[in-house]
Design a protein around this ligand. Structure first.
Ligand SMILES: C=C(O[C@H]1C=CC=C(C(=O)O)[C@@H]1O)C(=O)O
Length: 402
């Protein structure tokens, strides 16, 4: 972020202060580098197709600047599907601090909150249908019709969620990731919040410096330290996971090349740990050719990567549409912010839920390649759902949902 932003527009709070001041209706985005707390909506971007989104966002930021806003920032979420409406806005007030929004007072080892068990749990698709869809995907991949597809599932819980408490716990447990709570347009039932803790940076741009950190290839963690290490080492050597990962890292690098030079991809991926999962990750760096290409424009050029859709993308998207059985909405899209210079950070919208007044819908997916095992892929999605369920104090929901 532009250093001038520290000067006037944004106050000098600590990231922990900002997280502590979050209340339902505000918007917070936190990365390892920056935390932004926004309130009010000065202007909301009108619905746009994916191709027109970045241009319209830049133009709204220019208008805000012309109207006297010294350093406007746009924040919000873009859905998985290019033709579904994004929710991006310029807030009335933004406070920004350096560093992630982990609350020192919130101990990651502390017992989870005592939550009331949901009145109903709806799993779409249920386990048997999810596993059949994986088996069908594997067959298509083996016959050469697809290389990879990401199949996901959703879990809708009828329950009331304390969004501020949930955000504080997510921030405390995922300080290395991207924690967010985006106030969405309310529906007939009231306020809706997109909340989560994603481990995956789609793209950041600061001046000419561009960074992406694609993840793909995963295994759930174990409470047993020895077993946990064994799983991590297996993942690093798994041919299936290395192939699944390479499809994403190569595609990210190829998508940057028309706009960037010095695109660097590590020769081998490294291990990335979240409290519930091990992942393979590659930090891709590049230098931007055209200063006019904003972080959102670049992010949209990458989206959807094979970490959330598949390869080839159009075929994977139509297979997802055929078999998943629910609307992904903002899940597997992007979430983040951008300033009027085009600098910004966009994370992949993962390990998240859309929370309404009386229900929450959680999402998780897994990348399917030729070597995928349907039951292991289902267990992988359960591991990913644990990020949200553990912070909600509702891990027991997984047994019920299976
Ligand atoms: C689709 C998800 O994860 C993606 C990101 C990291 C690893 C993934 C995997 O190994 O399948 C997925 O591609 C999710 O968390 O719901």
């Amino acid at each position: 972020m532009n250093d001038r932003l520290h000067g006037h527009y944004l106050s000098r709070s600590s990231a922990a202060d900002l997280c502590a001041h979050y209340e339902a209706g505000a918007t917070l985005f936190s990365s390892p580098g920056h935390t932004l707390l926004a309130s009010g909506k000065r202007s909301i971007l009108a619905p746009q197709s994916g191709a027109a989104l970045a241009g319209a966002a830049a133009s709204l930021l220019r208008t805000a600047r012309r109207d006297g806003e010294a350093l406007p920032v746009m924040i919000g979420a873009v859905p998985f599907l290019a033709d579904a409406p994004a929710h991006l806005f310029i807030p009335e007030h933004v406070m920004m601090a350096t560093g992630p929004a982990s609350l020192p007072a919130a101990n990651p080892q502390a017992p989870p909150p005592r939550a009331r068990f949901p009145r109903t749990i709806e799993s779409i698709p249920p386990q048997d249908r999810y596993q059949r869809a994986v088996a069908r995907a594997v067959e298509r991949i083996r016959t050469g019709q697809l290389d990879k597809v990401v199949l996901s599932r959703s879990l809708t819980l009828e329950t009331e969620i304390d969004v501020a408490g949930l955000l504080a716990r997510l921030g405390a447990r995922n300080a290395h990731g991207y924690t967010f709570a985006i106030d969405l347009a309310p529906d007939a039932d009231g306020r809706r919040t997109l909340i989560g803790a994603s481990p995956e940076l789609l793209l950041s741009r600061h001046g000419a410096r561009v960074r992406c950190h694609p993840l793909a290839g995963s295994i759930p963690r174990s409470f047993d330290a020895h077993e946990d290490q064994r799983r991590a080492q297996d993942l690093l050597q798994s041919e299936k996971d290395l192939h699944e990962h390479a499809l994403v890292a190569d595609m990210v690098a190829d998508s940057l090349r028309p706009y960037c030079h010095s695109v660097a991809v590590p020769a081998v991926p490294s291990l990335i740990a979240t409290p519930t999962m091990w992942h393979l990750g590659s930090e891709v760096t590049a230098q931007l050719n055209e200063p006019g290409m904003s972080s959102l424009a670049l992010a949209m050029a990458l989206h959807p990567t094979p970490a959330v859709c598949g390869h080839p993308a159009a075929l994977a998207r139509s297979f997802i549409n055929e078999v998943e059985g629910f609307d992904r909405g903002f899940f597997a899209g992007l979430v983040g912010w951008m300033d009027a210079n085009g600098d910004g950070e966009w994370a992949v919208t993962l390990r998240c839920a859309e929370v309404g007044a009386h229900s929450a819908t959680l999402y998780a997916g897994a990348g399917i390649v030729a070597g995928s095992d349907p039951e292991l892929e289902f267990l992988e999605t359960s591991g990913k759902l644990r990020t949200m369920l553990r912070a909600m104090g509702l891990e027991a929901v997984l047994e019920e949902a299976a």
